[in-house]
Write a protein of this length. Structure first.
Ligand code: TYM
Length: 332
């Protein structure tokens, strides 16, 4: 049985990009593999957060995990900051990482530019972010990490750090493989379909949130940018808007893009968009209802307490092993 791990930041509300690129796949994987899925609150604080809001978002994301079908009987679900091994290992990995490796990270370049544009200094936490992510993964000897396309570079760094450590200190870490789906790994913005859909986008018409009301979803899809040639076809380069909508339809329903294109041959974009809106609403509405019920129940704390206990057991062993390899502390 392979071990699978992934995580999501509790900053902002998730978009259908996060859902289709990551969370929906987590649910499929839990039936056949040993899974760890967590909430990376320590990653969220690499940019400024309101403390009460962050706390609320941690619970909301847990409720969303469960509402989407993650089952605490099958997967270990926990909060990163409740497992100190993550930051402990991150420090040991930091001491084996070069500045140049982190300066090359495209997400760091994007995010630091945004911070600078707001007149805010660039936090060291933002710079160190990929090392903490590497620690998240290497702590648990995982085989696969299901993520969206934007995390590919971070996964490559994780593999490099693991290999380097193993060469320097002897076999310590398993080398993880990214698991990036063929469709859905890069859901694009609705108004600017050449850029990624992101929860931190300033224009709410660019994304669909997991918590958007049905009528908001319908409006956003109706006004999504397409093109003027009126032909339903998948062509990411020349028809990025329509191709993105086809991809969303395909990942939600499981129908292949070719089959959707064939079914809509000769139809206008209007019909396709209104059908897509109903597909999205039908997927999200039950999740939203379950999420509301869960938020008011004690289940969330029970799940997270149990998850932290399980994760801590695994993490503690690995931290001790790495400390021993690096000569930290006293030999007992
Ligand atoms: P985060 O919180 O930004 O995003 C969570 C997951 O959603 C995917 N994603 C998308 N997929 C498709 N289309 C999009 N438009 C889209 N936007 C986001 C992301 O690729 C991700 O899989 N660094 C990570 C969190 C993390 C992590 C980890 C992941 C921390 N430690 C260890 C895996 C393993 C992040 O910021 O994801």
């Amino acid at each position: 049985m392979a071990r699978i791990l992934s995580a999501i930041q509790p900053s902002g509300t998730l978009t259908i990009g996060n859902y289709l690129g990551a969370l929906k796949n987590f649910v499929k994987l839990q039936d056949e593999h040993e899974c760890l899925f967590f909430i990376v609150d320590q990653h969220a604080i690499t940019v400024p957060q309101d403390r009460l809001e962050l706390r609320k978002k941690i619970k909301e994301l847990t409720a969303l995990y469960l509402a989407c079908g993650l089952d605490p009987e099958k997967a270990t679900i926990f909060v990163q900051s409740e497992v100190p091994g993550h930051t402990q290992l991150a420090w040991m990995l930091t001491c084996n990482t070069s500045m140049g490796e982190l300066e090359r990270m495209t997400q760091f370049k994007d995010k630091s530019q945004k911070q600078a544009a707001k007149g805010q200094g660039i936090g060291v936490g933002l710079f160190m972010y990929p090392v903490l992510m590497a620690a998240d993964i290497l702590l648990y000897d995982v085989d696969f990490v299901p993520v969206g396309d934007d995390q590919k570079q971070h996964l490559e760094l994780t593999r490099d750090l693991a290999e380097r450590f193993n060469n320097r200190f002897g076999e310590t870490f398993k080398i993880p493989e990214p698991l990036i789906a063929k469709t859905g790994a890069r859901i694009m913005s609705l108004q600017e379909p050449t850029k990624k859909m992101s929860k931190s986008d300033d224009n709410p018409r660019n994304f669909i949130l997991m918590t958007d009301e049905p009528n908001v979803i319908r409006k956003k899809i109706k006004s999504a940018v397409t093109d003027s040639d009126g032909i339903i076809a998948f062509d990411r380069e020349n028809k990025p808007g329509l191709s993105n909508l086809l991809e969303i339809y395909s990942v939600i329903t499981g129908e292949s893009i070719d089959s959707i294109v064939a079914r809509y041959e000769g139809c206008g974009y209007g019909q396709f968009k209104s059908d897509l809106a109903e597909v999205v609403v039908a997927e999200l509405e039950p999740i939203q209802n379950r999420m509301k019920e869960l938020l008011n129940s004690p289940i969330i704390d029970e799940v997270l307490d149990r998850g932290a206990e399980q994760a801590n057991k695994l993490a503690f062993k690995k931290v001790k092993k790495v400390e021993h390899k690096m000569g930290l502390g006293r030999k007992k």
